[in-house]
Design a protein around this ligand. Structure first.
Ligand code: AMP
Length: 193
């Protein structure tokens, strides 16, 4: 089955074609219809399976066009946050949807000016996100889609308190996706939450 048969928006489909993808990977085939339909998702998926596009393509289709900050993606490291934000930006190149990567170890200046301009999708590491929540530069009140990526690595890195903090600030009425390479009982518990 080709990407064309998956009901992605025309602009997102153009983005996929420009990225050079022809056929969806197995996780993309299974996840895209669920996410497009607004369903929650728990996926056991390693890096390299195409999981980024599995969530990015249907999420971009659901957003449609630029508006409020509606999507939050949490990543364990700044490298992953940068990589996933770049993927969103690439797939969104034929839309007016705006993205920002928020992570530590760099200055606040560029991230701040992106946030001021207004973004639809925030890809963040938990620590720096909490900084911006404290200053009020990021508000989570309009978030309708939450993606917890590489959850096992986030837990290994000790981010559980920050994740719980962020979950408390999110609207309850939302779509949630959880991706993890492994599914120990601690992660199943978070998923149930
Ligand atoms: P990920 O698992 O999301 O880190 O993706 C692994 C790699 O596979 C990335 O370099 C993607 O650009 C690439 N990729 C993802 N989906 C596809 C696809 N359907 N066709 C070809 N390459 C893909």
């Amino acid at each position: 089955m080709a990407f064309k048969a998956l009901n992605l928006s025309a602009n997102v489909l153009r983005g996929v074609q420009a990225a050079g993808y022809t056929d969806p990977t197995p996780i993309q085939l299974r996840a895209i219809p669920v996410v497009l339909g607004g369903g929650d998702l728990i996926a056991s998926a390693q890096t390299g399976t195409g999981k980024t596009a599995a969530f990015a393509l249907p999420v971009l289709t659901r957003l449609g066009q630029h508006g409020r900050a509606r999507v939050l993606v949490l990543e364990p490291t700044r490298e992953l946050a940068a990589q996933v934000e770049t993927a969103f930006r690439d797939f969104a190149r034929f839309t007016d949807i705006r993205t920002v990567a928020v992570f530590g170890g760099v200055g606040y200046g560029a991230q701040r000016s992106d946030l001021k301009r207004g973004v639809d999708i925030i890809v963040a590491t938990p620590g720096r996100l909490v900084d911006y929540l404290k200053t009020g530069e990021i508000s989570l009140r309009d978030i309708t889609i939450l993606i917890l990526d590489e959850v096992d690595r986030m837990l290994d890195m000790g981010f559980l308190p920050q994740i719980e903090d962020v979950l408390k600030k999110l609207p309850r009425d939302r779509q949630t996706m959880l991706f993890s390479a492994t599914m120990p009982s601690s992660i199943v518990k978070i998923a149930q939450n």
